[in-house]
Design a protein around this ligand. Structure first.
Ligand code: PRP
Ligand code: URA
Length: 208
């Protein structure tokens, strides 16, 4: 049974409304994507394993904890790139593995144009990053690639999904938890999430 975590946190919801707003310019849009990504990655990493350590403070020894697991951040190009910037602030030691997928505007099928993973997995958990899950084709394809590669623990961190694509994703990959800020109602005839936020890649890179 797939797990879907929908953040109702006031900061996430406040920033999401600004992100959706058509008046938000690319600079502010990127800033909001980074900030929302930090907040969602915080949730997505809540079950990472740690081990106890002792640290010397100026006044004595304190018990602390150290992360045990190696995390790989896997942005789906292009729009996942800005999510990495936020996620990396929280996980500065994470490896970043890019997957290039572009949606064919006519068929809405994802076309793979870049993938450069090492021969075998080098991380314990992969966080796939893409702000938009519309038909679900790109998210499904990215997780397919990671599973063929041998990744065993995978999580998907997005910002907005649409119900049809989310259902498709959770049915195809029920073992992959999904972290989101919103699930919107439907897709329009061009495959865009409604109300959504428009084309995330174009809005963050100013290419619309
Ligand atoms: C967007 C988005 C997802 C995909 C979602 O990328 O960032 O990757 O579409 O749609 P789907 O769920 O129907 O596959 P796009 O292909 O537009 O590329 P871009 O990020 O380079 O703009
Ligand atoms: N990709 C986007 O950037 N936005 C959508 O609504 C759907 C796919």
């Amino acid at each position: 049974m797939a797990q879907v975590f929908l953040s109702t946190h006031p900061l996430v919801q406040h920033k999401l409304a600004l992100l959706r707003d058509e008046r938000t310019d690319p600079k502010k849009f990127r800033e909001l994507v980074r900030e929302i990504s930090i907040l969602l990655v915080y949730e997505a990493t809540a079950d990472l394993q740690t081990e106890p350590i002792l640290v010397q403070t100026p006044l004595g020894r304190a018990e602390g904890r150290r992360l045990l697991e190696k995390v790989g951040l896997v942005p789906i190009l292009r729009a996942g790139l800005v999510m990495v910037e936020g996620a990396w602030q929280m996980l500065p030691g994470a490896e970043v593995w890019h997957i290039g997928l572009s949606r064919d505007e006519r068929t809405l099928q994802p076309v793979e144009y870049y993938s450069r993973l090492p021969v075998s997995p080098t991380v314990d958990v992969c966080l796939v990053l893409d702000p938009m899950l519309a038909t679900g084709g790109s998210a499904v394809a990215a997780v397919d690639i990671l599973k063929r590669w041998g990744a065993r623990r995978i999580k998907f961190v997005g910002i907005i999904a649409a119900w049809p694509g989310l259902n498709r994703f959770t049915q195809t990959h029920p073992d992959v938890p999904v972290y989101l800020a919103a699930v919107d109602d439907h897709l329009n005839e061009a495959g865009y999430i409604v109300p959504g936020l428009g084309d995330a890649g174009d809005r963050m890179f100013g290419t619309g």
